[in-house]
Design a protein around this ligand. Structure first.
Ligand code: PLP
Length: 365
C-alpha cells in the first residue's frame, strides 16, 4: 500500500515524533510509569482546552466516543435538551439525545450557515427548565465555524449546561473552555492533533460533575461511565478497561508538539494556510461552499462547490489513484455537491497546498 497525502476531513498524516512514540514497546496500563504518561496527557490537555478542569482526560474511542461519553453522562430521560442543528455532526447529537429519551428541541439553519448567538440566547430563554445546550464548534460536514463565546457567557450564569463538540477545532483554532463557560467538551485525535484515529480528548467542568452526582437515574452505559473512569485517570488508578497504551504514547507526543509550537502560533499557522488556500482557490475560479461574506469558514477545513462538469466520486478516485492524494466528499445533502479539504495539524502546510493546487490545475483548467 502506498503512503497517501491526506487532505480530507481526517485522519491527517503524522509527524515522525508521533510515529516513533506509537511504535514503542508497550507497557502495562497499570504500570506506575504509564500513570506518569496519563498525568502528562491530562496536564497538556488542560493547556490545550484552556481549562483548569480536574476531569480532563481521553476517552478510548474515536471522536464519537467523546460525544457518547458527554451526552450519556449529562442527560437523563425526560430532560430538556436544545441542539443547534446545522450539519451532520449536530444531527448526530440530536439522534443520540433522542436515544437517551431526552425531550429534544432543535434550532436549525441551512448547512453551510452558523447561528447568530443572540438568536440562540433568546431561544434558550424561551425554554422553561432547559438542562443542556449542545453545539458543534467546527462543523466538519460544511466547514463553518460556530462562535460560542456569548452563548457560553450567558449559560454560565444559569443552571443550564453547555456541551461543545470540538472534534475538528481543538488545537487548530482558539477554544477557551473555562472562559467560554463550556461544561463538557470533546475532540478527536485524528484532526488538528494529528494522531491516528482512536482517541477522544474530553473535559468536564465542576458544574457538569455536580449534575452527574445528582442524577436520579443510573447511567445507561458501563464503558462510558465517567465516575468509574475517574477512578482510573484520577489518583486511585483502579482498572476499568485496558487503556490503549501505544495510542496514548502517540497522543502524549502530539500534545508535546502542539505545546512546543505554542497554541497561538498554531492557530496563526492554521489561519495563514486557510487564507492561502482561499487565495489559490480564487485563482482557479472555484467557489467556497460557505458564504465567506456572511459566515466564517474554518481555517482547517475548506468546503468547495464542485463544478458541474466533474463527477465527484470519479474525480476523487483519480486523485487517489494517480496522485496518492486524498480529499473528502460531501455528506448528507451535500453529497456529490462539495469537496472537503482538510488542512489540519501536521498537514496545515503551504507546500501541501501548493502541491494540491498544482495537481487540481491539471484537471480544472
Ligand atoms: N464531530 C465532528 C465535528 C467530526 O468532524 C467528527 C468526525 O469527522 C465527529 C464528530 C466524529 O468523530 P469520529 O469519526 O472520530 O468518531
Amino acid at each position: 500500500m502506498q503512503n497517501k497525502i491526506l487532505l480530507g476531513p481526517g485522519p491527517t498524516n503524522i509527524d515522525e515524533r508521533v510515529k516513533s512514540a506509537l511504535s514503542r514497546e508497550p507497557i502495562s496500563h497499570l504500570d506506575p510509569d504509564f500513570f506518569i504518561v496519563l498525568d502528562q496527557i491530562s496536564s497538556s490537555l488542560r493547556k490545550i482546552f484552556q481549562t483548569k478542569n480536574k476531569v480532563t482526560f481521553t476517552a478510548s474511542g474515536t471522536g464519537s466516543s467523546g460525544m457518547e461519553m458527554s451526552m450519556i453522562n449529562l442527560i437523563e430521560p425526560g430532560e430538556k435538551v436544545l441542539i443547534l442543528k446545522n450539519g451532520e455532526f449536530s444531527s448526530r447529537m440530536e439522534s443520540l439525545a433522542q436515544k437517551l429519551k431526552a425531550d429534544v428541541s432543535t434550532i436549525t439553519v441551512e448547512w453551510g450557515e452558523s447561528f447568530d448567538q443572540s438568536f440562540v440566547i433568546e431561544k434558550i430563554k424561551s425554554i422553561d427548565n432547559l438542562k443542556l445546550v449542545c453545539a458543534v464548534h467546527a462543523e466538519t460536514s460544511t466547514g463553518v465555524l460556530q462562535e460560542i463565546d456569548l452563548i457560553g457567557d450567558f449559560l454560565k450564569e444559569t443552571e443550564i449546561l453547555f456541551l461543545v463538540d470540538a472534534v475538528t477545532s481543538l488545537s487548530g483554532i482558539d477554544l477557551r473552555v473555562d472562559e467560554w463557560g463550556i461544561d463538557s467538551c470533546f475532540s478527536g485525535s485524528q484532526k488538528c492533533l494529528s494522531v491516528p484515529p482512536g482517541l477522544a480528548p474530553i473535559t468536564f467542568s465542576d458544574k457538569a460533575l455536580s449534575k452527574i452526582k445528582k442524577r436520579n437515574n443510573l447511567i445507561s452505559s458501563w464503558y462510558f461511565d465517567l465516575e468509574m473512569l475517574i477512578n482510573y485517570w484520577g489518583k486511585d488508578r483502579v482498572y476499568h478497561h485496558t487503556a490503549p497504551v501505544n495510542m496514548l504514547f502517540g497522543l502524549n507526543e502530539a500534545l508535546n508538539i502542539s505545546l512546543d509550537e505554542g497554541l497561538n502560533n498554531r492557530f496563526e499557522r492554521h489561519k495563514r494556510n486557510g487564507e492561502y488556500f482561499l487565495s489559490r482557490l480564487k485563482k482557479i475560479g472555484l467557489q467556497s461552499f460557505v458564504n465567506e461574506d456572511k459566515f466564517k469558514s474554518l481555517p482547517m477545513l475548506k468546503s468547495v462547490l464542485i463544478p458541474d462538469r466533474f463527477n465527484d466520486k470519479e474525480f476523487r478516485e483519480k486523485l487517489l489513484k494517480n496522485h496518492n492524494l486524498e480529499i473528502g466528499g460531501g455528506l448528507g445533502p451535500t453529497k456529490g455537491k462539495i469537496w472537503r479539504f482538510g488542512l489540519m495539524g501536521f498537514n496545515s502546510r503551504k507546500e501541501l497546498i501548493d502541491n494540491l493546487f498544482d495537481t487540481l490545475e491539471i484537471y480544472i483548467n
